[in-house]
Ligand binder design. Structure first.
Ligand SMILES: [Zn+2]
Length: 218
């Protein structure tokens, strides 16, 4: 009876013993019993075999899992590297596009000055034409019309280099060139300037290259 109860305890402890989870005192107790009890020894051997098979199966599963996982990790790494490479290429492209694009715009801007396209256009009335002529320059004061965008509605001055008229500076009416003397205070004009509209006191237009008179010129 006692023997049988011992066997039950031993067989209960055996799985932990095989997994080496039992303490030394328990180990001694188990080993003592196994020496004397054939029944328990048999159980122990069978258990050991089963556990080994199970653990090797488990190991296999783990190995497979790790392999699969590291494969995924490798693919992920590759994707990250590809994304970074693409980002680098895009950023480099944007940088050069920005940098040289800017110069290209500046070049195009200079071209427009020579070709006479895409200027800023002010619709205005002539408010004042200077009587005096200083160094061959006459000053014209205009007032932007309300049809202009808000930045082009104020009063602006600009210089007309009399020597340049007909060359770099055109005064036109009805698609024909006219003289400076045909400009009159009160005329409605379109002013084409290729430079900046300086918002100073007074406002000043740089690089005015063409005045087109929109009213009838008598
Ligand atoms: Zn036993």
């Amino acid at each position: 009876m006692r023997e049988n109860r011992d066997c039950k305890i031993i067989q209960d402890l055996l799985p932990n013993y095989i997994e080496k989870l039992t303490n030394e005192e328990t180990n001694n107790y188990i080993e003592e019993h196994l020496k004397e009890c054939d029944e328990c020894k048999k159980t122990f051997k069978n258990m050991q075999k089963d556990l080994n098979i199970n653990s090797s199966k488990r190991d296999n599963r783990e190995v497979k899992y790790i392999k699969k996982y590291s494969e995924k990790l490798r693919i992920l790494k590759l994707i990250i590297i590809i994304i970074l490479a693409i980002a680098l290429v895009v950023m480099t492209y944007c940088y050069f596009q920005f940098r040289y694009g800017y110069f290209r715009v500046a070049d195009a801007y200079h071209e427009t000055i020579t070709e006479g396209i895409y200027p800023d256009t002010f619709y205005a009335t002539i408010e004042e034409i200077s009587d005096s002529e200083v160094y061959g320059i006459k000053e014209i004061k205009i007032k932007g019309l309300n049809i202009n965008d808000i930045n082009h509605r104020g009063e602006y001055y600009f210089d007309v280099y009399l020597d340049n008229i007909g060359d770099n500076f055109k005064i036109k009416w009805n698609e024909t060139d006219i003289n400076f003397e045909q400009l009159k205070v009160g005329q409605t004009v379109a002013i084409y300037n290729y430079g900046d509209a300086l918002e100073a006191e007074p406002n000043y237009l740089t690089s005015v290259r063409m005045i087109v008179v929109l009213d009838e010129v008598i």
